[in-house]
Design a protein around this ligand. Structure first.
Ligand SMILES: [Fe+2]
Length: 147
């Protein structure tokens, strides 16, 4: 197996970001069932957006998926696809914030906003699951090769 490039400081930072990211995602999901006022919703989304960018930045900077691809090159296409999703997910969280900022007092804005937000959350969770699976599969393959 390759030596990990991740030192202890990095691992601690990543764990902290992940924990914070999950906490903010959970708060945002909870808000979707109680319709908070817009300022609060925007603040929740702003926090989530900040954590999301930090999370993506760390994944990209350290080559989180790159390390897995070095071990198992057959995952390179999927890894590229997942990394490209970061930009799409970032745009989507910005679009949600813009949607909250728009001066729309109609009764329907909330009922239109919730499905859009839920779709984003589902995509984000799926993205994270696929990344984790890719890394896990690559390492398992590496361990299997050594048996
Ligand atoms: Fe990611």
């Amino acid at each position: 197996m390759l030596e990990s490039r991740k030192d202890q400081d990095y691992i601690e930072l990543m764990q902290h970001v992940d924990e914070s990211f999950r906490t903010h995602l959970k708060s945002f999901c909870e808000a979707l069932v109680c319709q908070p006022e817009r300022g609060e919703l925007l603040s929740l989304l702003g926090n989530l957006s900040t954590q999301l960018h930090l999370h993506f930045e760390l994944e990209e900077r350290d080559g989180y998926l790159g390390e897995a691809v070095e071990i198992a090159p057959r995952f390179s296409v999927e890894a590229d696809r997942l990394l490209q999703q970061h930009a799409v997910l970032s745009e989507e969280v910005t679009a949600l914030m813009d949607r909250v900022r728009v001066d729309d007092e109609s009764e329907s804005w909330w009922s239109e906003f919730v499905p859009q937000a839920e779709m984003f959350v589902r995509k984000l969770i799926e993205h994270e699951k696929l990344e984790n699976k890719l890394v896990q599969d690559a390492y398992e393959e590496d361990i299997g090769d050594k048996d």
